[in-house]
Design a protein around this ligand. Structure first.
Ligand code: AGP
Length: 605
């Protein structure tokens, strides 16, 4: 939620900020703005509603004066999408940008009588006014005093009058990374905006005050004692965060899935079997828990649903899957015998982070499946299994989901081996099947024509239903979410057998039903459910394994996945669903990479 960039150094800052904002735009694109400390000490502020391109268009006319500045791309929380609500906010001698939510901003307005200084509806401007209230020429003191008053989450980058060659930063929960490079010092919400300048960076520790100078960065802990940052290195390059000839990031990322899965599973195999010793997790760890608690949001949570459907029947331990925003305020029945698995692409989702903390406080061990190195969730978990998908820029998660599934397969296999359920031969067969999924995905990607036929029907639909049983139901949840978020077609996933308990009332002539029947054990049952919707004249798009025998008249369009083992149909099936969502969005003329109202990294509640 919201993207932040700051730079101070020898180069002209304007284009560095605008380029950085373009890289961060997936974090929010309601409006964008920059503040530049000009060489005469004055501060130039420009802001515009809409995408960064709108801001760029007006900034292009401005001169390049200024070597220190901050920029922000907004995902609106407090106050509408208007120019006054756009960051940076300036109150008196303080100019700042903010990612997060100040929860007690009403109280602060009252306590410090700030009302008359405010021109926007934002919580951020209140923080600017509070800093200005405390500022008497010592920026660090003003920040320390202000932060003591603030409740909520924040990542601030601040320019203070009188110190316009440097940027002051502090954060709580909301992410902030920084990098000191020969070409100047940078701070940003995430590494995508920094990687052009350096592969080395550090995560700003919470409540540490950071000051960016042209040639170095100072960091101080809560007691004002100088701290050494822990330098990390990204293992991908600038090209990974670009479109590389694809028209959209989403399509590029869909195509990157075979490679991402290989990169995620291969380093974790020893003699053809899963091994997590590299991550500091020994076999004993997988023997001891009695139940698994998966917690995540959105697509990551749906990956957990598939994880449950894979692990439970093999490992025979109960797996519960919880929505993090619900779990964090619940009274969970977990303890030291529970393994909590938190799943997150960004590693910054605030609800998942809070759920992780709650699970730990109950004594549960926490294993994170995370894509972004050094992220908050990765740092706070007991163990981390990084997925190696590289940067995922499109707001709709695609490759992150399939690498999360791959890790669940590895975990299922490992648990089965250490608990004596699989012998080594069975384990290797399981891993071979996982590799077969990679070829199957490549096969699906080569045959897009049939998917385009499905899109012909979906593009004008108002509603669509995704149905399946067992594992198929788990995939269908992700399929429905994907269609909703990028094409704005209202889509719901239902357990196929549940339809007749209410939802079937919604089925009418021509309504698209994407039906999955890849599971032999429930194949006939699912086909009966499909007949029920077909009898009500739904338009049925059926997905089965290649060798399935399809009864006459049961569907209007038939798509297949080239996989034989039921447990492994998910990965290629999901790619079909992603492509259906992608092409439906394109056919409807929508911005597939930046769907309305969304942001990539959800760092507010
Ligand atoms: C996926 O397409 C969504 N944009 C969203 O549901 C996402 O998966 C969710 O917000 C969780 O994000 P995370 O994986 O970064 O924690």
């Amino acid at each position: 939620m919201c993207g932040i960039i700051g730079y101070t150094g020898p180069a002209a800052v304007k284009n560095i900020l605008l380029e950085g904002l373009a890289q961060l735009e997936y974090r929010g694109y309601d409006s964008a703005g920059i503040a530049i400390a000009k060489d005469d000490g004055s501060i130039y502020i420009e802001k515009q509603t809409g995408q960064v391109a709108n801001l760029k268009a007006i900034c292009d006319q401005a001169d390049d004066d200024g070597h220190c500045g901050i920029g922000h791309t907004r995902w609106a929380t407090h106050g509408g999408v208007t120019r006054p609500n756009t960051h940076p906010h300036q109150v008196g001698r303080v100019t700042l940008i903010h990612n997060g939510i100040i929860e007690n901003y009403h109280e602060i307005i009252e306590k410090f009588d700030l009302k008359d200084q405010l021109v926007s509806e934002t919580d951020t401007e209140v923080a600017a006014a509070l800093l200005n209230h405390f500022y008497d020429g010592d920026p660090e003191e003003a920040i320390r005093k202000a932060v003591q008053e603030l409740e909520g989450s924040f990542a601030f980058c601040i320019l203070f009058e009188g110190f316009t060659d440097r940027i002051f930063c502090i954060r709580n929960v909301s992410p902030l990374v920084a990098s000191s490079t020969p070409e100047g010092s940078l701070v940003a919400s995430d590494i995508t905006a920094v990687i052009k300048y350096s592969k080395q960076y550090f995560v700003v520790p919470e409540y540490h005050l950071m000051v960016l100078y042209q040639d170095h960065i100072d960091l101080f802990d809560e007691n004002g004692v100088k701290a050494e940052p822990e330098i990390l290195e990204v293992n991908w390059d600038v090209e990974s965060a670009q479109k590389m000839g694809f028209p959209h990031y989403m399509l590029k990322e869909i195509h990157e899935q075979p490679e991402a899965i290989i990169k995620t599973i291969t380093p974790r195999l020893k003699n053809g079997l899963p091994c997590f010793e590299g991550e500091g997790i020994d076999d004993e760890f997988f023997k001891n828990f009695t139940n698994i608690n998966v917690v995540a949001c959105g697509t990551a949570m749906y990956a957990g649903m598939v994880g449950k459907a894979i692990i439970e029947p093999i490992v025979k331990v109960p797996v519960s899957v919880n929505i993090a925003s619900e779990f964090r305020y619940s009274t969970p029945l977990i303890d030291k015998h529970t393994l909590t698995i938190v799943v997150s692409q960004s590693g910054e989702t605030i609800d998942t982070l809070a759920a992780l903390r709650l699970a730990k406080s109950c004594g549960s061990r926490v294993l994170a499946i995370v894509n972004v190195k050094g992220s908050s969730i990765a740092r706070e978990s007991d163990y981390v299994l990084y997925t190696h998908a590289g940067p995922e820029i499109a707001v709709a998660s695609t490759k992150a989901y399939s690498v999360q599934l791959s890790v669940f397969y590895l975990l299922a296999c490992k648990c089965a081996l250490v608990r004596g359920i699989f012998d080594e031969t069975k384990g290797r067969e399981f891993i071979d099947n996982l590799y077969k999924c990679i070829d199957a995905i490549s096969g699906v990607l080569e045959h897009k024509e049939i998917i385009e036929k499905a899109v012909e029907h979906l593009k004008d639909a108002e509603h669509a239903y995704y149905i399946g049983r067992g594992l198929d139901y788990a995939f269908s949840m992700e399929g429905a979410l994907k269609l909703k978020e990028v094409s704005y077609v209202h889509a719901e996933a239902y357990a196929a057998g549940e339809l007749k308990h209410g939802t079937i009332a919604l089925i009418e002539e021509g309504i698209p039903v994407v039906a999955f029947a890849t599971q032999d054990a429930v194949y006939n049952k699912t086909i009966s459910n499909i007949r029920e919707v077909k009898a009500r004249n739904a338009y049925v798009i059926l997905i089965t394994k290649e060798d399935a025998e399809i009864p006459e008249g049961v569907c209007d369009l038939h798509l297949t996945v080239p996989i034989k083992d039921d447990l492994f149909t998910g990965l290629p099936t999901v790619v079909i669903l992603q492509l259906i969502a992608y092409y439906t969005s394109i056919a409807r003329g929508l911005n597939v990479d930046k769907p309305r109202n969304l942001a990539k990294s959800v760092t507010v509640e």
